[in-house]
Ligand binder design. Structure first.
Ligand code: FES
Length: 150
């Protein structure tokens, strides 16, 4: 199937099986390795990207559902070489431990802040509740998001 995607602002054309998970298109076809494979079943959130402005589990999103769509990955958050405020906060708060889940965490947090510029702690916890971290960095994640909110 011919698939057309805009990924991080760049148009991409692919000839690929329609049921290929978007995650593998992003990682293997486009070489964007910041999006991670965790469970592969839509449960952990490590593979979270934005599709048409909404967070999706790319491991369980067939690429045909993204055809003609706008995809943003962790690589697309920084602008002109400048880290996104959330990425800066992640560094300042030393959030990552192993780091594996963190791109998905940040993509979920970025979606929250796009739609709520003054989220409460409960809002932050709720928005990130679908992103699992085996290292248990949750308190630092919440602190980092709160620091961006001010
Ligand atoms: Fe997609 Fe876990 S790898 S939700």
């Amino acid at each position: 199937m011919a698939v057309s995607l805009t990924v991080n602002g760049r148009e991409r054309m692919l000839d690929i099986d329609s049921d290929t998970p978007l995650l593998w298109v992003i990682r293997d076809e486009l070489g964007l390795k910041g999006t991670k494979f965790g469970c592969g079943m839509g449960l952990c959130g490590a593979c979270t990207v934005h599709l048409n402005g909404h967070p999706v589990r790319s491991c369980s999103t067939p690429v045909e559902l993204a055809d003609g769509g706008d995809v943003k990955t962790i690589e697309g958050l920084s602008q002109d070489g400048n880290l996104h405020p959330l990425q800066k906060a992640w560094v300042e708060h030393g959030v990552p431990q192993c780091g594996y889940c963190q791109s998905g965490q940040i993509m979920s947090a970025a979606h929250l802040l796009q739609h709520n510029d003054a989220p409460s702690r409960d809002d932050i916890v709720a928005a990130l509740s679908g992103n699992l971290c085996r290292c248990g960095t949750y308190s630092r994640i919440v602190a980092a998001v709160e620091s961006v909110v001010g």
